[in-house]
Design a protein around this ligand. Sequence first.
Ligand SMILES: Cc1cc2c(cc1C)N(C[C@H](O)[C@H](O)[C@H](O)COP(=O)(O)OP(=O)(O)OC[C@H]1O[C@@H](n3cnc4c(N)ncnc43)[C@H](O)[C@@H]1O)c1[nH]c(=O)[nH]c(=O)c1N2
Ligand SMILES: O=C(O)C(=O)Cc1ccccc1
Ligand SMILES: [Mn+2]
Length: 503
Amino acid sequence: MQCFFISRFVFNNSLCQTGSLRYFHYSRFVLQSTRNHQLVDKIKVLKQNLIKVLGKDGISDSETICRQHSRDEGVERNDHIVDLVVWPKSTEECSIIASICYEKKVPMIPFGTGTGLESGVCGVHGGVSVDMSKMNKIVDFNPEDFDVTVQPGVTRKGLNHFLKDHGLWFPVDPGADASLCGMTATSASGTNAVRYGTMRENVLNTEIVLADGRVFWTAGKNRRSKKSSAGFNLTNLFVGSEGSLGFITKTTLKIYGIPEMMASAVCAFPTVKAAVDMCVQVLQSNIPIARIELMDDVAMEMCNNHNKLNYEVAPTLFLEFHGTEESVKSQAKFAAEIADYNGGSQFHWAYETEERNRLWKARHDIYWTVLQSNPGCRAIVTDVCVPITCLPDLIAQTKSDIQKSGIIGPCLGHVGDGNFHSFLVFNPSEPEELKKAEQLASRLTKRALDLNGTCTGEHGIGIGKMAYLEKEIGPVGLEMMKSIKRTFDPHWLMNPGKIFSSE
Ligand SMILES: Cc1cc2c(cc1C)N(C[C@H](O)[C@H](O)[C@H](O)COP(=O)(O)OP(=O)(O)OC[C@H]1O[C@@H](n3cnc4c(N)ncnc43)[C@H](O)[C@@H]1O)c1[nH]c(=O)[nH]c(=O)c1N2
Ligand SMILES: O=C(O)C(=O)Cc1ccccc1
Ligand SMILES: [Mn+2]
């Protein structure tokens, strides 16, 4: 197998904030040499059959297109390239694609917008990437019931643009403009989860195309009740399934009224422990905080330098309060007292939408900021989540471990959920740096598991976190997961090589 490491930095300017695809140019020789020849023959037949269904515009085996669809924003896997890309325009077309691939026993990999961070869309065993972006309709909208049903091509920003005119919004907000079905597939969350929950709490139902082409709804066709005790929760089985059980061709979501008032604040602390202690106390005081995000001193310094800002270079909390004017004021007063008790600075406030957006932009752009501040470098992104009371010590230990290693590693995260990321930067031409970053990530993850936490709060297992799954859920848990996969996907055709390695 040939493996190529290409600095992602060169491409970042063109893909910043847009989630747009990258354009790589490789020689045809390299692509062919990494393909399984038996599969290549099957793909030729498959291509002819699929053209009849999708037309020439609905299918491509161009090397560039296949490469684009074989990577997300995580680690590049240049030896795991899909063989064909198809664009279904309806559930029916997706079902036909599945039955044709099923008959030929060819792997299928759902592709949302490719913003995942765990190499979820690459073709570990080659196969067909099914790009869902042309299925982009809002198919059912019930504003008075606070629910909406969308196809996979609808992104969270697209949905919020539509909802805004109705005084509504969908709060789950991974930094990228991901597809809502991709977010369902990874059980995504983001900065608002502390108040509004993750995808797990916000998906009511999903329409699924199984590997053999059968179509079903996980909670029954078109059902959208807020709760149900009708048997097993199949919907939540598909939330976080990472394309390994079937295609999510519709997702039914809870939506919310836009709060009367939103106020954002920034507050600096003398130590990272003081900042996280404040967060724990806010939650223990039952303040219904909407966002409480940490950026450590390393992240703040990069943020200042990159965006020409002049925040204090110190562990900092970004906060947001939602509610009526009266409620926001009382929440904010209580939170400011807790901050003061922990040695925090005065709150720096933003009330108007534009002002608030400016304040949050620094936080949302941190991924690009770190990459662009370290030209030519790549990073291992960790995503542990622990019970909230374990968080202050875990972050403090992690920072000290990172400092000792000499690696650049800003820490930031959704501390209200007990979830944080360290961004372990390494130079790909320095194998020692990569080793150090891997060892750091492994130590951090083991520490989090020992504290009864998880290796991934929101990014998923993909390939990068496969090594930790058995330790996290135990051998019987892992076997149960594999049995479930076998039930839905007996020939192991849906996104094989992700979450767990083999049958
Ligand atoms: C700058 C930045 C910042 C963040 C993040 C990314 C980036 C680039 N993310 C990660 C990412 O946005 C998140 O994983 C999305 O949910 C992925 O959605 P895509 O549509 O891009 O799926 P993408 O195409 O990347 O696919 C992800 C996985 O889901 C599967 N899949 C996609 N569509 C499917 C479908 N219709 N049916 C079945 N399977 C499907 C794929 O096969 C793959 O395994 C994140 N995440 C987070 O939770 N919190 C955060 O704070 C952030 N922040
Ligand atoms: O911004 C976030 O919350 C993310 O999940 C993405 C990320 C992860 C690590 C460093 C920067 C951004
Ligand atoms: Mn995150």
